[in-house]
Design a protein around this ligand. Structure first.
Ligand SMILES: [Fe+2]
Ligand SMILES: [Fe+2]
Length: 191
């Protein structure tokens, strides 16, 4: 948390990470294929929205403020795509088969490594470089972006293009995000 009580973007993204990792643990502990499928779908939706929001509003700030920002972002985006490929596979696998657990294990390995890089390297550098108030504003942007982001993995398409496709073309992005933020109806999935 920052000096004030509002959660900042790092708090928000870190909570997301831990929620998803917790869901993975729940899947491993469950013996009920139906429940495992349901939790896997929750992981997929949450992780795609998280990745798209990061790419829209957090990675550009990393490029700008971190000395090794470009390199870090390219590495992170490649890992997001790797995660999406695994999630795409995972969507089509029967939760009662060993294949489901194989994909789960691979996904968890890539995700833990990715989360570790963000939380121990990149997020602390962002907090050091960006004023606290701005980090709190970024949390609002990420929240709003998550509400309109796609929820299905599209491993072959760039996430910023998918985001614009989901939100709608052209100008008005800020208004659309504000609508999402205030809970007015919006399109939530590019499919
Ligand atoms: Fe993240
Ligand atoms: Fe990420």
């Amino acid at each position: 948390m920052t000096a004030n009580t509002d959660p900042d973007v790092v708090d928000l993204l870190t909570t997301d990470h831990h929620e998803v990792l917790h869901l993975l643990d729940e899947i491993k502990e469950s013996g009920d294929p139906e429940r495992r499928r349901e939790l896997a779908d929750a992981v997929i939706g949450e992780l795609v929205r998280h990745s798209v929001a990061e790419e829209m509003f957090v990675y550009p700030a990393m490029r700008k403020h971190l000395p090794d920002g470009d390199e870090a972002v390219e590495h992170d985006v490649a890992e997001h795509k790797e995660l999406e490929q695994l999630m795409k596979r995972w969507e089509g696998v029967d939760a009662a088969t060993p294949d489901f657990d194989r994909v789960l294990a691979e996904l968890e390995e890539v995700l833990r490594d990715h989360v570790q890089d963000e939380e121990s390297e990149q997020f602390p550098k962002l907090r050091a470089a960006i004023p606290a108030r701005q980090l709190v504003d970024m949390a609002g942007e990420v929240e709003a972006a998550k509400r309109v982001a796609p929820t299905r993995p599209h491993p072959l398409a760039p996430n910023n293009a998918l985001f614009h496709f989901a939100v709608g073309p052209g100008v008005g992005l800020v208004d659309r995000l504000r609508d999402a933020w205030t809970g007015r109806p919006n399109k939530t999935d590019a499919g």
